[in-house]
Design a protein. Structure first.
Length: 281
């Protein structure tokens, strides 16, 4: 028998390089050329119109979809940037408005404090702000640490607010002069320098005060000024603090007193800066 030829050992022998497939773009080009030739032939024979219609039906929406897919990328990006710029501008405007409001409010409070001190030159005042309203009372941001104590009168530049009924370390409760349970000695004057008739004012709970004079013959007319008579020891009310003005004189109910309705000097709906009377100088 003829001996079979010995196969060479694989050790150390490099494998032959793999055969590469034809280049894909070249294959696609060939297919496109063939398709074009076919379409030209069919067109010359008058049979390619349905192919063009079918191709347009498929390719048209595809092109529109591709175009629409490309447009939102830029449009959304531009819209997003515009939205971010608008939001940032809005934030800057809000910050600026808040700063301007805070600055204006601070100037207003400073003006109120100066006016408060000028309106009561003989009184030692503790500056405070109204920070809460509840029915016939308000809360102020000054308490025992600032020297506030119960039965101290509270005023604005316009006149009497009420008296402190409770003082905590940092805040205090003030009973308004218009509360039903509030009362103070009062006198009526034709002018600030003249002494008038003596009586009391009491809250009605409706924003007005009821004045009762202890003289049935006391002259009363709308527009007269009513001020505090002054408490014993000047606590809670020192004399001469404006309470309000006579708005309407009521018919006489007995032979001993005269009564009238008084419009408070203070606007209780807009309370802000107030002064607690520490003592009268």
């Amino acid at each position: 028998m003829r001996a079979l030829p010995r196969m060479p050992a694989f050790s150390g022998v490099r494998a032959a390089p793999p055969v590469r497939a034809p280049h894909r773009p070249r294959r696609v080009l060939v297919l496109l050329v063939v398709a074009a030739v076919g379409l030209i032939t069919l067109d010359l024979r008058g049979h390619a119109s349905f192919l063009r219609t079918a191709t347009a039906a498929v390719a048209g929406p595809a092109e529109q979809a591709l175009a629409a897919a490309g447009r939102p990328v830029g449009a959304v990006a531009g819209a997003g940037e515009a939205r971010e710029r608008a939001e940032e501008a809005e934030r800057r405007a809000s910050r600026l408005a808040a700063e301007l409001w805070a600055e204006r409010a601070a100037r207003t409070r400073d003006a109120q404090r100066h006016r408060l001190a000028a309106s009561h030159p003989g009184l030692s005042l503790i500056d405070a702000r109204v920070v809460g309203v509840r029915g016939d009372s308000v809360t102020i941001d000054a308490g025992s640490r600032a020297g506030v104590a119960p039965d101290m009168a509270v005023v604005t530049a316009d006149g009497l607010v009420g008296r402190v009924v409770e003082a905590g370390p940092a805040v205090s409760t003030v009973l308004l002069a218009t509360a039903r349970s509030a009362a103070a000695g009062a006198r009526v004057t034709d002018a600030p320098a003249k002494a008038g008739r003596i009586g009391t004012v009491e809250g009605r709970g409706d924003g007005l005060l009821s004045l009762r004079l202890l003289d049935a013959d006391a002259p009363l007319r709308p527009g007269q000024r009513v001020e505090t008579l002054g408490s014993s020891g000047l606590r809670p009310y020192p004399p001469g603090v404006p309470i309000g003005t006579v708005e309407r004189v009521e018919p006489a109910r007995d032979q001993l007193t005269r009564t009238a309705l008084v419009r408070p000097a203070v606007s209780f709906g807009t309370l802000d800066v107030v002064g607690v009377i520490r003592d009268a100088g």
